[in-house]
Design a binder for this molecule. Structure first.
Ligand SMILES: *[C@@H]1O[C@H](CO)[C@@H](O)[C@H](O)[C@H]1NC(C)=O
Ligand SMILES: *[C@@H]1O[C@H](CO)[C@@H](O)[C@H](O)[C@H]1NC(C)=O
Ligand SMILES: *[C@@H]1O[C@H](CO)[C@@H](O)[C@H](O)[C@H]1NC(C)=O
Ligand SMILES: *[C@@H]1O[C@H](CO)[C@@H](O)[C@H](O)[C@H]1NC(C)=O
Ligand SMILES: *[C@@H]1O[C@H](CO)[C@@H](O)[C@H](O)[C@H]1NC(C)=O
Ligand SMILES: *[C@@H]1O[C@H](CO)[C@@H](O)[C@H](O)[C@H]1NC(C)=O
Ligand SMILES: *[C@@H]1O[C@H](CO)[C@@H](O)[C@H](O)[C@H]1NC(C)=O
Ligand SMILES: *[C@@H]1O[C@H](CO)[C@@H](O)[C@H](O)[C@H]1NC(C)=O
Ligand SMILES: *[C@@H]1O[C@H](CO)[C@@H](O)[C@H](O)[C@H]1NC(C)=O
Ligand SMILES: *[C@@H]1O[C@H](CO)[C@@H](O)[C@H](O)[C@H]1NC(C)=O
Ligand SMILES: *[C@@H]1O[C@H](CO)[C@@H](O)[C@H](O)[C@H]1NC(C)=O
Ligand SMILES: *[C@@H]1O[C@H](CO)[C@@H](O)[C@H](O)[C@H]1NC(C)=O
Length: 661
């Protein structure tokens, strides 16, 4: 309706009403309605229209009441303050809420329908004790629009949590006095009609809502929840939808080679290979994800909620338990996997025990005392554990008493056990080996078949001391409590050795009267061996024998010349000798001067050969010096004559000095 048309229409109404109902000659400017003229309301909602009016007399009587018409005062009564006199034609939705006696013309309309906006509304004051007036200049126009307001879905302030029951509220739009709407919920495709509750506010307005109570699960995360409010009275409906944010603790899976890994199944990685382990986390909110191994954080690559760690060029240190931990505000979840790197045995180690630990020197040699017990244990770092196997270069050794620990034992080691022993460790990834050389040591001792002797030469006593030992022994001569290991002006010492054998000769002047005590003392690191060759003795003077002796000598000579010839045949090559009894002493803590000089001499010359110490490995028994033949071979037995025998201190040994001539 155009503005001009409306003006004409109002003018017409004014004329008609003036003629029929209202006071003539009134000052129309005194009659106003103070109200919002154009009111817009959405279909289905309600509207409260506050309204005040004025009139010429300024007040009304107690009988005054108001009426709202649609269109004009001949039209439909929509609401009346006095329904008994002017009953509304469609009661129930539009109410006169004001009070004309208080100049209040307020009205409320519930469940607004499109038809409510067809025509303007006219207010009429009906005061039987005063004025009557149609406020035709102050009509109000209602514009009804489509229902646009959406219900409000109220979620708890705390986030939704999986497996925890929650109540959500859907509140219908509009807030006054309409009829209860039908509220329906749609969750994951399932429609449910809720119970509509009414909230009556202190101002008398009402709102309607419905609650939905459910226990969300992780699957509800990001699903929609719809609330549909249907206002039947105005056949209008509106809905709102929210996307649920359901929080849940991390769900952690470890993926290796595209398979979800079972915690108990170890992952085998061969040395040098690579393996990628993925930790995939499903959680809301997103988790912080870390890979750790023995409390050390490994740096991985994060793609979305998957943390990828790569074991590259695997080495044994990569073996271990790898843990993936995912943590969000609800929980911290850890899963672990066992990665085992398989690798060939490396650095086999040989351990020697007797049963106390025995050293293996830098040349991988074990010096072991003869007749000791010895066991060699082999161990090699490897995974899976290696099978251990011993072999030797020693031809005498065929069968080893090898136990499962890779140990071989000798209950009594013998010289014949000397050799190189190799332990091989082998597993599916390969093999490696380690060797040791066993050298059996023994203290100085007599050599069977080679007697140490002293014999008298021309103005000399010549002794030879032949012993064997390993490592080689140092020989010292003790003549009447005085020790010698090198020649001096009177005494000549020649020492040489052939393999394990040491041969020392001593030559000292002899006055034909005082037989000195002579001991050959040989020692190595392990033992000291004292070999007495002569014991001190004074021979009787020829002159002191006297006449009897002289006669005896004559007799004896005549008798003995005969015997001597026979003896001479027998003893022709026999040397004066003395077998000393073994006097072995351990020398480990002896500070005897014998050890002071480690040099070995041959023909009075110093030889570079040193007694090997315990960390020497060369086969000392193969090192020897060639000795030149020494002088005592030139003993002349042809002119030999008998001499009185000398006695030694030891009762069980006997010897004689036979002086060659
Ligand atoms: C509720 O009613 C009061 C009158 O009682 C009114 O002033 C107010 O505007 C109404 N509220 C709404 C949201 O309609
Ligand atoms: C609300 O509606 C009821 C009837 O449904 C009515 O009696 C009451 O007066 C109305 N109140 C308001 C404030 O509109
Ligand atoms: C609906 O839910 C709200 C929020 O949880 C609660 O305050 C209210 O009491 C509930 N109403 C009914 C009728 O259960
Ligand atoms: C809302 O509910 C009404 C009445 O049940 C229905 O006619 C309307 O189609 C529904 N709207 C939606 C979007 O589901
Ligand atoms: C890891 O697996 C290996 C077998 O490959 C096993 O020997 C080891 O005991 C396991 N480690 C742990 C901590 O379970
Ligand atoms: C959570 O992770 C997903 C990938 O899984 C990503 O798309 C999303 O942006 C992340 N959210 C936040 C808040 O970082
Ligand atoms: C393995 O670890 C040990 C000690 O932690 C280290 O000495 C060695 O170098 C590591 N080996 C490798 C190949 O990283
Ligand atoms: C040890 O080696 C020999 C031959 O090299 C072989 O016959 C034997 O089976 C091996 N034993 C072990 C336990 O590896
Ligand atoms: C040990 O490993 C080597 C290669 O490193 C191989 O040639 C040899 O055959 C292996 N020996 C045994 C007994 O497996
Ligand atoms: C060594 O002495 C023993 C007696 O003590 C004797 O039987 C043996 O024949 C001697 N050997 C030599 C080579 O002189
Ligand atoms: C190992 O033997 C070599 C000669 O074969 C020698 O020079 C070296 O000193 C020895 N090392 C040890 C620790 O005995
Ligand atoms: C000991 O050495 C001397 C020379 O120094 C030699 O004449 C003698 O034959 C050697 N004896 C043995 C048993 O080698």
């Amino acid at each position: 309706m155009g503005f001009t048309d409306l003006d004409h229409f109002l003018l017409l109404l004014f004329i008609m009403s003036s003629l029929l109902n209202t006071t003539f000659g009134a000052d129309h400017s005194k009659y106003t309605v103070i109200v919002q003229r154009d009111i817009s309301v959405q279909r289905g909602l309600c509207v409260y229209i506050p309204c005040r009016f004025t009139l010429e007399s300024g007040s009304t009587s107690a009988q005054a009441y108001g009426i709202w018409y649609k269109g004009d005062s001949k039209g439909e009564v929509v609401s009346s303050q006095n329904p008994s006199k002017n009953p509304p034609q469609n009661p129930g939705r539009i109410f006169f809420t004001g009070d004309a006696t208080k100049l209040d013309c307020s009205m409320s309309i519930n469940d607004v329908q499109f038809s409510d906006g067809d025509k303007p509304y006219l207010f009429r004051l009906q005061d039987d004790g005063g004025e009557k007036y149609n406020y035709v200049n102050h009509m109000i126009q209602l514009t009804v629009t489509e229902l646009m307001d959406k219900p409000v879905i109220i979620t708890p302030v705390t986030p939704l949590l999986a497996d925890k029951e929650v109540t959500l509220t859907c509140e219908s739009p509009g807030r006054c006095n309409g009829s209860a709407p039908l509220i329906t919920w749609n969750r994951r495709g399932v429609q449910r009609t809720g119970v509509t509750h009414t909230t009556i506010h202190p101002d008398g307005n009402k709102t309607y809502y419905s609650n939905i109570t459910f226990t969300p699960s992780k699957q509800d995360h990001l699903s929609s929840l719809t609330c549909n409010v249907s206002i039947r009275a105005s056949s209008a409906s509106t809905q709102n939808q929210i996307i649920l944010n359901v929080e849940y603790p991390p769900i952690v899976s470890i993926i290796v080679k595209d398979n979800i890994q079972n915690e108990n199944t170890p992952i085998i990685v061969n040395e040098g290979d690579s393996e990628t382990i993925k930790c995939t986390v499903d959680s809301n909110p997103n988790s912080t994800i870390i890979w750790t191994k023995e409390d050390i954080i490994l740096s991985g690559t994060l793609i979305g909620q998957t943390l990828i760690y790569s074991v590259k060029n695997a080495n044994p240190n990569d073996t271990g338990i790898y843990r993936c931990s995912a943590n969000n505000r609800h929980s911290s979840i850890t899963r672990s996997i066992n990665i085992t790197v398989h690798y060939a045995p490396r650095n086999p180690q040989i351990h020697c025990s007797t049963p106390t630990d025995c050293p293996i020197d830098g040349n991988k040699t074990i010096y072991i005392k003869e007749e000791s017990s010895l066991s060699l244990r082999c161990a090699a770092e490897s995974f899976p554990p290696a099978a251990l196997n011993w072999s030797t270069t020693n031809k005498n050794q065929q069968n080893f008493n090898t136990n499962q620990n890779g140990e071989i034992s000798f209950s009594k080691i013998l010289l014949s056990d000397d050799g190189s022993y190799t332990c091989q460790a082998k597993n599916e990834r390969g093999n490696s080996s380690a060797s040791v050389t066993i050298k059996v040591t023994f203290g100085p001792r007599s050599v069977s078949g080679k007697n140490s002797t002293c014999k008298e030469a021309e103005h000399h006593i010549e002794c030879s001391c032949i012993i064997e030992s390993f490592p080689v022994a140092n020989i010292q001569w003790k003549i009447d409590e005085k020790s010698y290991n090198t020649s001096d002006k009177d005494i000549q010492i020649t020492t040489c050795r052939i393999k394990a054998e040491t041969n020392s000769t001593l030559s000292l002047p002899f006055n034909q009267k005082d037989v000195p005590s002579i001991e050959c003392i040989s020692s190595n690191q392990y033992e000291k061996f004292v070999l007495p060759l002569l014991s001190k003795k004074s021979l009787p003077e020829k002159s002191s024998l006297g006449m009897i002796a002289a006669v005896s000598v004559v007799l004896a000579v005549s008798v003995m010349l005969g015997i001597a010839f026979i003896i001479l045949q027998y003893f022709r090559r026999r040397k004066l000798k003395q077998e000393g009894k073994d006097e072995k002493e351990l020398t480990s803590n002896s500070q005897d001067a014998i050890y002071s000089n480690a040099s070995v001499f041959c023909n009075n010359g110093e030889i570079s050969q040193e007694i090997p110490n315990k960390n020497s490995t060369q086969d000392d028994r193969t090192v020897y010096m060639n000795c030149e033949e020494v002088q005592y071979a030139s003993i002349n037995f042809a002119a030999m004559k008998t001499k009185p025998s000398m006695e030694v201190t030891e009762p069980e040994t006997e010897y004689a000095i036979i002086k060659p001539r």
